[in-house]
Design a protein around this ligand. Structure first.
Ligand SMILES: C[S@@+](CC[C@H](N)C(=O)[O-])C[C@H]1O[C@@H](n2cnc3c(N)ncnc32)[C@H](O)[C@@H]1O
Length: 265
């Protein structure tokens, strides 16, 4: 996918993302819950993986079997633990996590993405104004009115949000978020995540790593060193979980680096 913005629009700026949504150049969006989230959610929340039904071994069947197993396993004891999806777009992960009983908070700057999320998933919602605690900016918060789906999406710049706005969030899935930031913003991003998340919260992150210079980004390539450079100064512990080869979206060699980042106390 070509992410080259129109002339005059700074790469990965709000205008850049808005243009992506208006033109519907959203190649990152997938129509299911993210397989990385489905595979590693038990590890993230510190539970063993539930037994998965027999399946024919295709990635699609595995995803379905795991999704079903998780629904039966986690749902009977909904934790209502807070779960953050930063830069959420219209990801189906919001629905997947809410069905499992989490209190899900998304942060997304483009209103069109949020409207499409609620409409395409047939989730009734209300929109209210919220004054951000730190910047005092008034932003919209779009909240599901379905009592079985605890989802709120803050229509805001991630960098302006703090835990005082979103309440206690214990877990996060970072996909298309850290990798979407210009490298110069990575340290600020790590600091922002510590300010939004509860102390000791854990982030499951799917980073993307490809040869420097193969494309302009976003997504930008993220090495182990880049993750450490951003998150170590804020006192986070980084656990490298798996590296997968990811050739589905791009023609060139691309790695998907799965990490769990434990935020400090
Ligand atoms: C690459 S997409 C990833 C979306 C989603 N995480 C997914 O996996 O489908 C990045 C999203 O972040 C939004 N975004 C970019 N910068 C943002 C910011 N500073 N604050 C909030 N949202 C932002 C964009 O509008 C876009 O929808």
């Amino acid at each position: 996918m070509n992410f080259t913005p129109s002339e005059g629009i700074a790469i990965a700026s709000p205008a850049f993302w808005s243009e992506r949504w208006v033109k519907h150049e959203i190649g990152w969006h997938i129509p299911t819950a993210n397989p990385v989230l489905v595979e590693y959610l038990p590890k993230l929340i510190g539970q063993p993986y539930p037994a998965v039904d027999e399946h024919d071994g295709t990635p699609q069947a595995l995803l379905q079997a795991r999704t079903k197993a998780l629904a039966e396993y986690v749902r009977p004891a909904p934790s209502q633990a807070g779960f953050l999806l930063p830069l959420c777009g219209k990801t189906i992960d919001l629905v997947f996590l809410a069905r499992l009983g989490f209190r899900v908070v998304g942060i997304e700057i483009v209103e069109q993405a949020i409207q499409e999320f609620f409409q395409e998933n047939n989730i009734p919602f209300k929109t209210e104004q919220h004054v951000l605690h730190e910047t005092k900016e008034s932003v919209k918060v779009h909240t599901s009115t379905d009592p079985n789906m605890n989802i709120s999406i803050f229509q805001a710049d991630l960098f302006a949000v703090t835990s005082k706005d979103v309440g206690a969030l214990h877990f996060s899935f970072d996909r298309g978020s850290f990798v979407a930031m210009q490298p110069a913003l990575r340290t600020k991003y790590a600091v922002t995540m510590t300010r939004i998340l509860a102390p000791t919260a854990r982030i499951l992150a799917a980073m993307i790593d490809y040869e420097e210079g193969v494309m302009a980004g976003p997504p930008f390539n993220v090495t182990n060193a880049a993750i450490e450079q951003a998150f170590s100064p804020v006192g986070s512990q980084i656990e490298y979980v798996e590296v997968k080869s990811n050739k589905t979206r791009f023609s060139f060699e691309m790695l998907e680096r799965i990490v769990i980042i434990a935020m400090p106390k």
